[in-house]
Design a protein around this ligand. Structure first.
Ligand code: GDP
Ligand code: IMO
Ligand code: MG
Length: 421
């Protein structure tokens, strides 16, 4: 049985959490393959909003098994908070949530190193979520990291102390007065919570499940344009957010990937620094941000807003091998005077339709095609057949340009506000 992959095609926050929750009824297993608590995946149903950071977005369904894969980095402090919140809602977790022994741990000092790195960069900072993501992946590739499977070792505390000592040597004076004792207390409480879950060799578990014909969905975090290799480097995260990340982050063989669901907003947002060719600095951008409630689910930061970007989407579709597209937040565009679609960039005096190496405001200029907007409120639509003709034209135009079917149009944050095509 092949494994389907769901991921973001833009700069994150496309609405992945909502769609994973909607799709989970069709799957036996939901497995997160990369990222960590930099992610904020929002789900809404029965009038309640939930935000998940580390835990896969299938957790609210009774039957599905949820796996945190080897490619994920876990902060025990944040993990404990997520578990406490789910316990309050009486979500049964013990049998449904499994952790890869190979997932790496975020230490308190990783977060301090993240803050120190951002401070040192000054104006050219990444705008990191300050969750310690970069330093933790650096220790992973530097072969210094601690993993979930190490927790049960008698050497664990010793290895922890050694890594903290190494981090302390890396920090400059500004950051030397951090209160490690209180951070450590919380961290080791989180370690106890991690211990109470089942730790598995998730690659073996998933291979067995594939043999048994189980349906598996791999859940991505962040988005393609934040990928460490293919994103707008250095303004990216530190993992492979693309479909290949599901192979390395779960041990899924490339020839076992089935559908790749590419999630995108009907416009674009970005939080943190870095190039954003179609960014709006006017009242239209303000309008989209306000109606779309574009504030980060993890940091609360205001998201930058702009028009949809076809060259960037084409790039993301090609890199991921997207088979099906899902368009989110169409409802946010109601009541605009018109909609602009970036179809090309002007680059060195030429028209191109791909993302060049140096895609900054200084080198590329977006070229737009204007489409008609609609006045109707979409949030109560129960079928795409009743959608305003301008929305249908917008979808048809995008589908033709992107040469990939748009199978879902989302018209609100709730599970029920999801239209199939
Ligand atoms: P993720 O990181 O990709 O899971 O996305 P986030 O949860 O960070 O951000 C998406 C935001 O948009 C959340 O607040 C969702 O509740 C909300 N959302 C998702 N789909 C829709 C939609 O179709 N319309 C509206 N208005 N909001 C949506
Ligand atoms: P989800 O899964 C949006 C951004 C940060 C920053 C850059 C690097 O909710 O879509 P990091 O903390 O990873 O070192 O930050 O990446 N970023 C996200 N932006 N959604 C996310 O996750 C993000 N995770 C990281 O704002 O620009
Ligand atoms: Mg998010």
């Amino acid at each position: 049985m092949s494994v389907d992959v769901l991921l973001g095609l833009q700069w994150g926050d496309e609405g992945k959490g909502k769609i994973v929750d909607v799709l989970t009824q069709d799957y036996d297993i939901i497995a997160r393959f990369q990222g960590g608590p930099n992610a904020g995946h929002t789900l809404e149903f029965d009038g309640i909003k939930h935000v998940l950071h580390t835990i896969p977005s299938g957790i609210f369904h009774k039957k599905a098994i949820n796996i945190v894969g080897n490619g994920v980095v876990i902060d025990p402090i944040i993990f404990k908070k997520e578990i406490d919140a789910l316990n309050k809602l009486e979500v049964d977790l013990t049998k449904k949530l499994l952790l890869s022994k190979k997932a790496h741990l975020i230490l308190p000092t990783h977060k301090i190193l993240d803050a120190a790195s951002e401070k040192a960069k000054g104006k050219s900072k990444i705008g990191s979520t300050l969750k310690g993501i970069g330093p933790t992946y650096m220790d992973k590739t530097g072969r210094n990291g601690l993993r979930v499977g190490d927790i049960s070792s008698s050497e664990f505390k010793n290895r922890y102390d050694k890594l903290v000592a190494k981090h302390s040597r890396m920090l400059d004076n500004d950051f030397m007065d951090f209160d490690l004792d209180s951070l450590e207390k919380e961290w080791f409480e989180g370690i106890e919570v991690l211990k109470s879950f089942t730790h598995i060799d998730s690659e073996h578990y998933l291979h067995q499940a594939q043999k048994e014909g189980k349906k598996i969905l791999a859940e991505g975090a962040q988005g393609t344009l934040l990928d460490i290799d293919f994103g707008s480097y250095p303004f990216v995260t530190s993992s492979n957010t693309i479909s290949a990340g599901a192979c390395t982050g779960l041990g899924i063989a490339p020839n076992k990937i089935g559908d790749v669901f590419g999630i995108f907003k009907a416009y674009c947002t970005r939080v943190g620094s870095g190039p954003f060719p179609t960014e709006l600095f006017d009242e239209v951008g303000e309008f989209i941000g306000k109606v779309g409630n574009e504030f980060g689910a993890t940091t609360g930061r205001k998201r930058r807003c702009g028009w949809i970007d076809i060259p960037a989407l084409k790039y993301a579709i090609a890199i991921n091998g997207v088979t099906k597209l899902m368009m989110m937040k169409a409802d946010v565009l109601s009541n605009l005077v018109n909609i602009q679609v970036c179809t090309h960039y002007k680059y060195n005096g030429e028209l191109i339709d791909y993302l060049p190496f140096d895609a900054s405001e200084d080198t590329i200029e977006p070229v737009y095609k204007e489409l008609a907007a609609w006045k109707e409120d979409l949030t109560k639509l129960s079928s795409i057949d009743n959608a305003p003709s301008q929305l249908i034209d917008y979808i048809d135009f995008l589908e033709k340009e992107l040469e990939t079917p748009i199978v879902v149009v989302s018209v609100g944050p709730d599970r029920t506000q999801t239209l199939n095509r």
